[in-house]
Design a protein around this ligand. Sequence first.
Ligand SMILES: Cc1cc2nc3c(=O)[nH]c(=O)nc-3n(C[C@H](O)[C@H](O)[C@H](O)COP(=O)(O)OP(=O)(O)OC[C@H]3O[C@@H](n4cnc5c(N)ncnc54)[C@H](O)[C@@H]3O)c2cc1C
Length: 263
Amino acid sequence: VNNVPNIIKGAVGVEFAAEIKNYYPGISVTLVHSRSEVLSNEPLPTEVKEKAKSLLEEEGVDLALGNRASVFELPDGKQEVRLADGTILIADAVLDATTKGTATTGFLPTKCLNEEKEIKITSNLQFQSGTPNAESHFAVGDVVEWSGIKRAGGAMVMGQLAASNIYASILNSEDTTNNFTLAELPSYDNVIGLAVGKQCLTYDKTNGMKFGEQLMKDYFQDDLGWAANLRYLRLTDVKNEDVKKPATVQLTEVASEAVPAAA
Ligand SMILES: Cc1cc2nc3c(=O)[nH]c(=O)nc-3n(C[C@H](O)[C@H](O)[C@H](O)COP(=O)(O)OP(=O)(O)OC[C@H]3O[C@@H](n4cnc5c(N)ncnc54)[C@H](O)[C@@H]3O)c2cc1C
């Protein structure tokens, strides 16, 4: 493959473009986006979007910003990418990352969903009132309407909290002398940890923006955080204490703090 234009929208396209370039440096990778900045739809400061753009360039990804693209298959199997400014790119492969994921909540009453088909929840992670037996229904993860950028860490915290609250609800219902208070989910700030090839870019309101190759090693190790997450989820026999800890970043910053059980 000589040339892989990548039509992007959001962090997924940025990460994929940089990953391909990082692992196959001989391939020409072009990132095409209709807006003049990358991560244009993310609720992040301009300096973060600017830095993501310059990291992509440092990693050797070509950028074609401010250009809508149309893609046509050529008789030889290659792809012709026509940009709005008239530029034509010939690519061996095009990865379309423009589609936004949609929640698979069609089986639920529309009353409990917002316009994005996300489930409307209370801070206890229960369905909001209006749905039959709302207090007995809990929802977590990307599928719910909540503040902040949707992230695995946030989803895991919600899972722990929902488990605690379901347990507390069962105890309360089994014995009326029990009165366990349900735990509340705090509002989430906009946080991002973006892998851009050999480098990583992180942002949160408290610590501001950080980036670089050492941060990539500390944050994602050499496998985009796969092994660390398996350990966090207890899906491996390797324990955290068996692994040399990074100097500056703890796993909890990548994933989440354990939530104290309510009951
Ligand atoms: C390319 C990419 C990179 C990302 N990088 C990061 C990152 O670095 N850090 C980070 O924190 N987050 C990252 N995210 C976001 C993160 O993956 C999500 O926030 C997280 O996976 C949400 O977890 P979840 O359990 O809510 O949903 P999911 O992980 O999407 O799990 C939902 C599961 O439910 C299944 N399902 C759907 N409908 C039904 C049904 N009707 N019946 C049965 N099963 C069903 C799906 O197949 C899926 O397995 C990334 C996302 C993508 C796509």
